[in-house]
Design a protein around this ligand. Structure first.
Ligand SMILES: [Zn+2]
Length: 673
């Protein structure tokens, strides 16, 4: 191909500058051919064209061209057989053409800044990006990954110790059209239609259970789509923005103790089909590469008690005669129970003897209270607080103040905050506490509250400083100690995939954090007859929810509801929660006192039998697919690796399956079981 360059007759310097931009645009499209074959140039004479083969002109133009191209090419294109990535130096935005479908994905500029330099590399490009006031230049490298429909973006600062004044919001978000939905691993997972005006913009951290629990986000129309995997999630978060009326997602990178620190990395992946299930499967293969994908089968080989968890209902009950309640539950057919409340040695032993009971207790390595407050304001400290750690083991912030944790009500009605135990110091308390107790109390399981719910935090205490990455490391060491060294089935709160190798269940993964009843962590046993709007619309909303966690980790960690958001919490949603458990192949959670149990025994048995039989059948296998069978999403279907298919009808009309079988409103069908 021959490049054509057009010059007007009376060009001024200004015109030459404009022209050079035009040349650069051309050069971007056909750079190679221009330099190899560009011997013939065309110049305009008024409206007529005349070929001039004057060597001087040619030389002049080539020099001009070369000069401007090296200084700052306006566009750089890199491509493989699957995608073309076009970088526009004018506004620092990327656009991606998926060659398989013709789909074009475009970024929209949201963070003001400018490109200082840019250059094409063999397998990618690099550029320097400057955000006014940020205090450093961001070196950016974009590289294609072989012939895959994928590229990575790596951000660094020179030197890495350079101060980062605020979180860096780069690269820009890809925006997608009406009809697509965001795929967000907020706890179990949610979809946000990009045109949905009821969704408020929000920040979600990637370094704790109350944000995104797996380090990716995506967007899809149900078939084609894109995702971004945050390969360095420890100081990362995402921002869900609304631009031109449509939702989109961009990453943000927090300073590491005030500095840019390590290289930050994203991987963009483009899909020609498969929707959110394909997005999850790509993440699953990434998780496997990263060593996160440890299955329940593997965990069961290390600890046979894991099998007691599969298909067990998690029961929270604080009544004194727990043994009698468990016996009655068993007599009614509730065979497999995770009994979460602590008990005395004889009761634990008796439950263990019964068979089918996973005996557990609550524990926590986060909160501790100022002894003066305990003495003067409280009736008593919580038995599981690590009080001996005050003040040496408390985490401090950059100003040297102790970090505030859970707040408790004093005798005077005031709320008093706990301090937060430094994660680096927590393990020694578990070492002191757990093996000693197991000598007398034959528990098979332990629930470690907050460890995977609360964020990885920086500690500035000079005796035990930590970055967020170190905080994560020490949290995982705590869980590893419970799981591997103490040989206990291990649960933690809400959940984050950094802990997949070290836990067996997450209490709260099924419950989308922002859409629980208000203050759901307090007065958990209270039954709500009124359903708050956010609970009905999102928590129990089949139009929004997605089983993203199950598609990635169903066979690795059991997902459960939060203890302030269990199956019988809002009785009018009980049926619906059971249906979600059946569809997702996840066990239910019951919380009751004696009175509620007596009144609702039959309903509890129904819940258990419907849900746990499915969980027992699919508990160890991968969820291979999830799809909507109707456009309103009322009918949904999941498929598991052992061939079992679950179809749930959340709607008000009957639905007929391909084989002619009818599923009634608020009903379900399980094939091949
Ligand atoms: Zn510390």
């Amino acid at each position: 191909m021959i490049a054509h360059i057009f010059l007007r007759k009376n060009n001024s310097i200004a015109n030459t500058k404009k022209l050079s931009q035009k040349i650069k645009c051309h050069s971007e499209r056909s750079e190679e051919s221009l330099f190899l074959k560009g011997q013939t140039l065309r110049f305009a004479q008024g409206d007529s064209f005349k070929i001039i083969s004057n060597r001087l002109y040619t030389l002049f133009i080539l020099l001009l061209l070369g000069c401007f191209c090296q200084a700052a090419p306006q566009k750089i294109t890199i491509s493989n057989t699957a995608i073309s990535v076009v970088f526009d130096a004018n506004d620092s935005a990327l656009s991606v053409i998926d060659k398989r479908t013709g789909q074009v994905w475009r970024q929209k500029v949201v963070t003001k800044g400018q490109v200082i330099a840019s250059e094409k590399l063999d397998d990618g490009l690099k550029m320097t990006w400057r955000e006014p006031g940020l205090g450093l230049d961001v070196q950016t490298e974009i590289r294609l990954d072989g012939e895959k429909p994928e590229f990575t973006v790596e951000l660094s600062a020179d030197p890495p110790s350079a101060a980062l004044k605020w979180s860096l919001g780069f690269p820009h978000p890809f925006v997608s059209d009406v009809g697509t939905y965001l795929v967000i691993p907020m706890n179990e997972g949610i979809s946000y239609p990009v045109e949905d005006q009821t969704i408020e913009p929000m920040w979600l951290i990637a370094y704790g259970g109350h944000g995104i629990c797996m380090s990716f986000w995506g967007a899809t129309d149900g078939e084609l789509g894109y995702m971004a995997i945050i390969e360095t999630p420890d100081d990362a978060l995402i921002r869900i923005e609304r631009i031109d009326g449509k939702l989109c997602v961009r990453p943000a990178w927090e300073p590491q103790k005030g500095r840019f620190g390590y290289k930050r990395k994203l991987r963009y992946v483009f899909f020609e089909k498969g929707g959110h299930a394909a997005i999850c499967k790509r993440y699953r293969s990434y998780a496997r590469e990263k060593g996160l994908l440890k299955t329940l089968q593997q965990k069961r080989k290390e600890n046979p008690d894991v099998d007691l968890l599969i298909g067990a209902v998690n029961v929270w009950c604080w009544e004194k005669d727990s043994l009698a309640i468990v016996r009655e539950m068993k007599s009614l057919g509730i065979e497999r129970i995770l009994w979460s409340n602590r008990a005395g040695p004889e009761v634990i032993a008796a439950m263990n003897e019964m068979g089918g009971i996973l005996t557990s207790r609550y524990d926590i390595y986060q909160d501790l209270m100022d002894p003066n407050i305990v003495r003067e304001k409280l009736n008593r400290p919580h038995p599981d607080w690590t009080q001996e750690g005050w003040p040496e083991d408390i985490m401090t912030d950059e100003k040297g103040d102790w970090r505030k944790g859970w707040r408790v009500k004093g005798k005077d009605g005031q709320m008093y905050p706990c301090g937060v135990l430094c994660d680096k110091q927590a393990l020694k308390y578990a070492h002191q506490r757990v093996p000693e107790e197991l000598k007398t109390h034959p528990y098979r399981c332990r629930f470690i509250d907050t460890t995977t719910a609360s964020p990885w935090r920086e500690c500035y205490n000079p005796e035990h400083p930590m970055t967020r990455s170190e905080s994560r490391h020490w949290k995982m060491e705590l869980l590893r100690f419970i799981c591997e060294e103490s040989k206990l089935v291990t649960g933690s709160e809400t959940g984050h995939d950094a802990a997949v190798p070290y836990v067996h269940y997450f209490e709260g993964m099924l419950s989308l954090g922002p859409y629980r009843v208000s203050d759901s962590g307090r007065n958990m046993i209270q039954i709500w007859d009124e359903v708050p709007q956010q609970v009905a619309k999102f928590q129990a909303g089949q139009a929004y929810r997605l089983p993203l966690w199950e598609l990635v980790y169903h066979d690795c960690v059991v997902a459960q509801w939060y203890w302030g958001d269990y199956n019988n919490k809002l009785p009018s949603l009980w049926d619906k929660r059971d249906l979600f458990n059946i569809l997702y192949g996840t066990p239910p959670m019951f919380m009751f006192n004696k009175e509620f149990w007596e009144k609702n025994k039959t309903r509890f048995v129904q819940s258990y039998k419907n849900t746990c039989s499915v969980v027992r059948a699919v508990g160890y296998v991968e969820m291979t697919d999830h799809r909507f069978l109707t456009p309103d999403r009322d009918v949904q279907q999941t498929t598991f690796a052992n061939g079992i298919t679950v179809t749930v009808n959340f709607g008000e009309k009957p639905y007929r399956l391909a084989d002619g079988k009818e599923i009634g409103p608020m009903s379900y069908s399980v094939s091949e079981m």
